[in-house]
Design a binder for this molecule. Structure first.
Ligand code: MN
Length: 290
């Protein structure tokens, strides 16, 4: 099933050209302290597993008419895999603006990084250019959304902890600063257009992914070329961090990364998951007075 968040925190099921509103099936009362993780993702998993009652008689809207937000509202963390495609490692090592003097070898040698959860937006918001004088690149990635708590999970059992998949954009300022700074500006993490539940993606390690800027193909690859595959990335991440429902793992970007500018339109897609289009605009400083 395709689960979206839309029109200011409504939750819906996308079928064809329609969104069926299931918000009233969710328990959204506030407790404190809030348990780590996103409270809705496990509820969605239960609903999908049990079958959503009277889905087609629920209120529906035309998909084209809704504002799509990030399908995860409250990820505890967004985990990035920096060098997980051989061809991207090669291009990074050949481009001083990307490597800033480092030589990338293996993902394990470089480790994972965290992106601020405040950087997350959905496809109907805009990427706001945070560093006007600096190079900011697009990175399309298969994004994994965790469904239940995971710590030290094995490669074999890793996929059983997945709620679903989305298209991810890991927007990246190039430069010598640490990744958590360069990739965490507001709007620098994009997730959408919805969450495709894991049952619809039996093999996440064989999905085409593509990114276009203003209609021109910049990135085109397949998750079969991941160095650490999806199971291995989840197991690796869970060996360091306890993973909670709604945590997002961006599994790495293939070759073809490159700069974007205000005014650009990015189209990103992952096979079996979906496609999103998002604009790049000038930073908030330029919006003063609007
Ligand atoms: Mn990335």
């Amino acid at each position: 099933m395709k689960i979206c968040r839309f029109n200011h925190d409504r939750v819906g099921v996308v079928e064809g050209l329609k969104v069926y509103d299931i918000t009233d099936l969710l328990e959204l009362s506030l407790t404190w302290p809030v348990p780590l993780g996103d409270a809705v993702i496990p509820q969605i998993q239960k609903l999908v597993a049990a079958g959503i009652p009277d889905l087609h008689s629920r209120p529906s809207l035309a998909l084209a008419s809704v504002r799509l937000e990030s399908p995860v509202a409250n990820p505890g963390k967004i985990i990035g895999a920096p060098v997980n495609y051989k061809a991207h490692i090669d291009e990074a090592n050949a481009d001083k603006e990307i490597n800033t003097g480092k030589t990338y070898t293996t993902l394990e040698a470089y480790g994972l990084f965290l992106k601020a959860n405040s950087s997350l937006i959905g496809p109907h918001e805009d990427i706001q250019f945070a560093f006007p004088e600096r190079r900011t690149d697009h990175e399309v990635e298969l994004a994994v959304v965790i469904g239940r708590e995971a710590k030290n999970v094995s490669v074999e059992e890793a996929l059983s902890f997945v709620a679903g998949y989305s298209v991810g954009l890991d927007m990246s300022l190039r430069g010598a600063e640490v990744p958590s700074y360069r990739k965490s500006a507001d709007t620098y993490s994009v997730l959408g257009p919805w969450l495709v539940t894991a049952d619809e993606v039996p093999d996440p390690d064989n999905l085409k992914l593509e990114l276009l800027v203003n209609g021109e193909v910049r990135q085109q690859s397949n998750t079969s070329l991941l160095i650490l595959n999806v199971r291995q990335v989840i197991a690796y991440a869970s060996s360091i961090y306890t993973l909670h429902p709604g945590d997002i793992i961006m599994t790495g970007t293939p070759a073809g990364v490159g700069p974007v500018q205000p005014g650009d339109l990015i189209d990103a897609s992952v096979e079996a998951v979906g496609s999103l289009s998002i604009k790049v605009i000038s930073g908030p400083a330029d919006k003063k007075g609007l």
